[in-house]
Design a protein around this ligand. Structure first.
Ligand SMILES: C[S@@+](CC[C@H](N)C(=O)[O-])C[C@H]1O[C@@H](n2cnc3c(N)ncnc32)[C@H](O)[C@@H]1O
Length: 182
């Protein structure tokens, strides 16, 4: 239950697209929560891994009206649809969709992000190391899919080490964590 969601139609379109396309475009459960977290962090620069059709990038941009959003996606069809959705909501001056693999695109970005969101399948340790390097000290990382098993277990362990991050789970399923870089 997300309350009022200005992008509910894009979320529904993402589910419909996945049903046709057979891809991994599972929209995040709660866009308004992400927007509120970005607002609470007074975010000016937001990084997202996993654009799909733009649902969460738009949620961040609305929640933090002074922020720019860099979002990364390798599926060309998702990139095209996300750019269309972003342009249709007149957010294209604040949201950049970077087409390519996470590893390749992250290497091109400048550090100093206030908020980073991982929503690109199963979390992996190397990507989280790169995300830590791009976040400013005191910045907020939000990582989804921590209950996927496999490499997600090592990421969860590192994020909850109690030393380099201040961490909490956002849901009872242990799916998403909010983590502040110490
Ligand atoms: C769970 S969906 C993102 C959902 C989106 N945040 C939303 O809530 O609507 C994950 C997306 O990450 C993309 N993806 C997965 N692995 C990737 C990688 N290594 N590099 C770039 N994109 C990737 C997939 O193509 C997919 O569109």
């Amino acid at each position: 239950m997300t309350g009022v969601d200005p992008f509910a139609k894009i979320r529904a379109a993402t589910n419909a697209h996945r049903a046709r396309h057979g891809c991994g475009a599972y929209p995040y459960d709660n866009g308004p929560l992400l927007g509120a977290l970005a607002a609470a962090a007074h975010a000016r620069r937001i990084l997202e891994l996993g654009t799909a059709l733009g649902y969460t990038a738009l949620s961040f941009a609305v929640g933090a009206p002074d922020a720019t959003v860099d979002t990364v996606e390798r599926d060309p069809e998702h990139v095209r649809l996300a750019r269309d959705n972003i342009a249709a909501t007149a957010m294209d001056h604040r949201i950049t969709v970077h087409e390519g693999d996470f590893v390749k695109i992250l290497a091109t970005l400048d550090p100093g992000y206030d908020v980073a969101f991982f929503d690109g399948g199963t979390p992996a340790p190397a990507l989280h190391k790169a995300l830590r390097g791009l976040l400013r000290t005191g910045g907020t990382l939000i990582t989804a899919n921590l209950n996927h098993g496999g490499t997600a277990d090592a990421v969860r362990k590192a994020l909850f080490d109690g030393k380099s991050w201040r961490s909490a789970l956002l849901d009872e399923d242990g799916e998403t964590a909010i983590i502040v870089k110490l």
